[in-house]
Ligand binder design. Structure first.
Ligand SMILES: Nc1ncnc2c1ncn2[C@@H]1O[C@H](COP(=O)(O)OP(=O)(O)O)[C@@H](O)[C@H]1O
Ligand SMILES: [Mg+2]
Length: 379
């Protein structure tokens, strides 16, 4: 295990009866890094965190922390949670409602029999850092959701844990507060240079907070990488569709194209070049395929009064439904052949429902995939 790895999972599994909650999961949390486990409800995120801290035991594999094995059924090794020295923030906060803020945060220190004066000093410093100064005597019941959340973070940090584990810590807060907490956590993490294993099902939160993301599905890690590389070069359909928005057009391969790409055609026969990542299992002429593109890669302009300047890789589509969103318009557009997609339109002009738009498709940003089962009805 390298020096800069603090927590390591090797082929870890956890079964509950016949349910494979976590299946062959391997990753390393680096010192000072925020690594996020991202995936839909039930994919095994909480179970992974609970195994990291020792609230759940692995059925197979090995978990090491600071170079020491803390859970390995094969070696009959298991270190109790309180001996691991990690901090955890639960989805429900789990703060004690009738204890004061001070006592809630002091609890992990009292448990370790830290002296009175040191407790007072550490608790005050941690409350200050967590933005809770002046609330020491408040009861848990007298706190807002955001304040309870801060108490939970302070309590997890007060004993200087080597790693902080956070299970959907912001999911019970409203959207505005959630954004604020995100920024505050990032700032705190930078200041303390603490390592965080973060869990969320919210892809925006994952993209904003993480140095690296592990996308999970059915108890397994589908792909692990930086937010940028996962977004630009998803390795699997689950990663492609879970991280950010994606337009998917059912197509057929026409012929090999320039720059190692292919030419494809939509159902109505209009063809265009695809030169981005290729994840299709085959691309012979006539093969069914799926072209995926991030909505922000499309250039959309009114079709009326423009001839496209002779540029290639353009399609004419129709605005079916227009939604006013404040800083932009959301439009449901219909591609030739009937495929629908949701895009944003700049509010630079008055768009109209029923209007034709010219869509430029940059070949390097178009990805080639196999058809998904849900688009396979398309010809
Ligand atoms: N104590 C348990 N007993 C039985 N099944 C469980 C238990 N904990 C989790 N599971 C199952 O394991 C799977 C993963 O759960 P969990 O780790 O909580 O997922 P997530 O946090 O991603 O929503 C789910 O199918 C869940 O029902
Ligand atoms: Mg969970």
């Amino acid at each position: 295990m390298s020096q800069d790895t603090i927590l390591r999972f090797e082929n870890v599994a956890r079964r509950f009866g016949g349910v494979h909650a976590v299946d062959d999961v391997s990753f390393e949390l680096k010192r000072g890094e925020v690594l996020t486990l991202l995936g839909p409800s039930g994919c095994g995120k909480t179970t992974t965190l609970r195994m990291a801290i020792g609230l759940e035991r692995a059925s197979a594999g090995r978990i090491s922390y600071e170079g020491k094995v803390v859970d390995c059924p094969g070696e009959r090794a298991f270190v109790e949670p309180e001996k691991r020295g990690m901090g955890m923030v639960f989805q429900s906060y789990a703060i004690w409602p009738h204890m004061s803020v001070f006592e809630n945060v002091a609890y992990p220190l009292r448990y370790r029999r830290v002296g009175r004066e040191e407790v007072a000093r550490k608790v005050r410093a941690t409350l200050e850092m967590a933005g809770l100064h002046g609330l020491e005597e408040r009861r848990g019941t007298q706190l807002s959701g955001g304040q309870q959340q801060r108490v939970a973070v302070a309590r997890a940090l007060v004993a200087d844990p080597g790693v902080l584990l956070m299970d959907e810590p912001f999911s019970n807060l409203d959207a505005k507060l959630r954004e604020q907490m995100r920024v505050d956590l990032k700032r705190l993490q930078r200041r303390l240079n603490i390592s965080i294993l973060f869990v969320t099902h919210d892809q925006t939160e994952a993209l904003a907070l993480s140095d690296r993301i592990a996308v999970m599905k059915n108890g397994r890690i589908e792909q692990l990488g930086s937010p940028q590389e996962m977004y630009a070069e998803p390795g699997t359909p689950a990663v492609r569709d879970f991280l950010g928005k994606c337009i998917r057009l059912p197509c057929r391969v026409v012929e090999p194209g320039a720059n190692g790409g292919v030419r494809v055609s939509l159902i109505d026969g209009q063809s265009f070049a695809v030169e981005g990542i290729n994840r299709a299992s085959g691309s012979r002429p006539g093969d069914k395929c799926l072209v995926a593109v991030r909505p922000e890669s499309l250039q959309i302009e009114p079709a009326e009064g423009s001839n496209g300047d002779g540029r290639s890789n353009q399609l004419i589509a129709t605005i079916k439904t227009l939604l006013f969103m404040g800083e932009s318009h959301e439009a449901d557009i219909e591609f030739p052949g009937g495929h629908m997609a949701l895009v944003s339109l700049a509010p630079t002009r008055a768009w109209r429902e029923g209007e034709a738009v010219r869509i430029s498709l940059p070949p390097g940003k178009l990805q080639l995939w196999d058809r998904d089962p849900d688009t396979d009805g398309a010809r």
